[in-house]
Design a protein around this ligand. Structure first.
Ligand SMILES: [Mg+2]
Length: 213
């Protein structure tokens, strides 16, 4: 019997670009920059750099160490409201009706991730939230530690939970490392295609069928 559903946060439960947009808007308004322009460069550079804020500033020819720091500060403190993806919202309320517990495991700077959680009002909607980096960067997903932590908090074993995430190397590998067999790769935009031995879904709505066993 499945007792809990665990989710990755960024791009699994909500669209991370919406958070970045709020960050770019807040930052741009203080410097009189164009938020859409910042966002365009962000979209082009994301995943390709270790210093997204520095590189976006360089792209608009406005780089300084101080501005880069200030951009990051906006990233960890921006005050905004975000919505879960509509399929996530629907699944979470369905799980609540079914009395299935819910949790989130997220990587990244805890201060930033907590600010996203606040923007989503996710504390009220999920039973447990685990920040992998609380134990150091090397203990983030795919390390089993955050998975074992959330299983303890939700009082269930690896057989009693379902895990969903959108990144193979961290989310799915982490679930496998923690002994969670019911793990699903959420591939909303068909980024991965077919993968051997990996269960792929394209929307969270598809999850419902896996709880009724
Ligand atoms: Mg993600």
């Amino acid at each position: 019997v499945i007792k809990a559903a665990i989710f990755d946060l960024d791009d699994t439960l909500y669209d991370q670009d919406n958070y970045y947009y709020a960050v770019c808007s807040g930052f741009a308004s203080r410097y009189n920059f164009n938020a859409d322009e910042l966002m365009q460069h962000y979209r082009r550079l994301k995943g390709k750099t270790q210093d997204i804020f520095g590189d976006v500033l360089k792209a608009i020819d406005k780089y300084s160490a101080e501005r880069q720091e200030d951009f990051f500060k906006e990233y960890s403190t921006v005050n905004t409201n975000l919505e879960l993806f509509s399929d996530a919202k629907e699944l979470v309320s369905w799980l609540k009706e079914k009395k299935i517990r819910t949790g989130i495991i997220t990587n990244g700077v805890p201060e930033v991730q907590k600010n996203k959680i606040k923007a989503l009002k996710a504390e009220e909607q999920f039973d447990s939230i685990v920040y992998g980096r609380n134990w150091g960067k090397e203990m983030e997903k795919p390390h089993p530690k955050p998975f074992l932590q959330i299983m303890e908090e939700l009082e269930c074993s690896s057989e009693e939970i379902i895990f969903v995430g959108d990144t193979l190397e961290t989310d799915i590998q982490g679930a496998i490392n923690a002994g969670i067999k019911k793990n699903f790769l959420l591939d909303r935009n068909d980024r991965y295609g077919q993968l051997n031995d990996i269960k792929i879904i394209s929307t969270l709505t598809e999850m419902k069928q896996f709880f009724e066993i």
